[in-house]
Design a protein around this ligand. Structure first.
Ligand code: FE
Ligand code: FE
Ligand code: ZN
Length: 277
């Protein structure tokens, strides 16, 4: 079953999001748990969630892939920013329990001149502070393009974080196709090798979701600029191989391409047409 969707706006609530997802033939989606560039969170309405969960079950949706705000930086040099990151992630994990058993994805962070080693240490400390054994949510580390001082720029850095976290059974990985391509992984020429490398370093059982994006820039550019499906340097054929790969084909795929709703609807239709069950 192809689970595919895009980012939806959480501002009108959960029921509005799933109805919007249905209108573009999506069966999963992503949303920001709080203002992506600020950090404030909207109060959750339990009746709205109840109506949402009914539709979610009836329509057999795949796992949701919620996204932490961009302002969250677990390895900032400013302790105030790190404090906000702890507060926001802990609060988000609490909020995610309204919709149990889903995914919560975050950018590991930017170490801003402190070096990757310090970044990895701070990120794993944050996870050791906020993860709790009773949460049903799996927290996903997103693979990054390696722009600026981003941590998580290769599989080794992601694994290094996971290996230092006590409740690592609550952790998974979200693979962003634009980011790993920009990070230097040849998913166009040799997807098989890239996944073998992922398996060897992290373990494919940790791979829980895919951000399906084309890229404006060449492999290894460390830029992180997304393109529409088939309009970038990755191309349609390679992305079709991604959604059909046996190790990936049942994961939720989230489009983060520069589109309006009509554009997402077209991309979803295109990918469904090129998917074999
Ligand atoms: Fe992201
Ligand atoms: Fe992404
Ligand atoms: Zn990106």
């Amino acid at each position: 079953m192809l689970y595919i969707g895009c980012h939806l706006s959480a501002s009108d609530g959960y029921e509005a999001m799933i109805n919007q997802a249905l209108s573009i033939n999506a069966n999963t989606f992503a949303f920001f748990t709080r203002n992506p560039r600020g950090g404030s969170a909207k109060k959750i309405n339990p009746d709205d969630v109840k109506r949402f969960l009914e539709i979610y079950k009836r329509e057999k949706f795949g796992k949701l892939v919620a996204h932490a705000p961009y302002t969250m930086n677990a390895c900032a040099s400013d302790p105030k920013i790190r404090e906000f990151a702890v507060y926001a992630m802990r609060d988000d994990i609490k909020r995610m329990e309204y919709t149990p058993d889903n995914y919560y994805n975050f950018h590991p962070g930017s170490h801003v001149k402190q070096g990757a080693e310090t970044g990895i240490k701070l990120i794993s400390e944050q996870l050791n502070t906020v993860l709790n054994p009773n949460q049903t949510t799996t927290v996903l580390l997103e693979t990054m393009a390696g722009k600026g001082s981003e941590v998580g720029r290769n599989f080794e850095e992601i694994q290094e974080i996971i290996s230092r976290v006590n409740l690592s059974n609550k952790l998974g990985v979200c693979l962003d196709t634009c980011h790993i391509w920009d990070g230097g992984y040849d998913i166009v020429g040799n997807l098989e090798n890239v996944l073998e490398e992922f398996d060897r370093i992290i373990g494919l059982e940790k791979l829980k979701a895919v951000h399906l994006n084309d890229s404006l820039n060449p492999k290894g550019s460390h830029k992180d600029r997304h393109a529409k499906i088939g309009e970038g340097t990755i191309g349609l054929d390679a992305l079709i191989r991604v959604i059909n790969h046996p190790a990936l084909k049942n994961l939720p795929f989230i489009l983060e391409t520069p589109n309006d709703m009509e554009g997402y609807k077209r991309e979803i239709a295109l990918l469904r047409k090129n998917y074999s069950d």
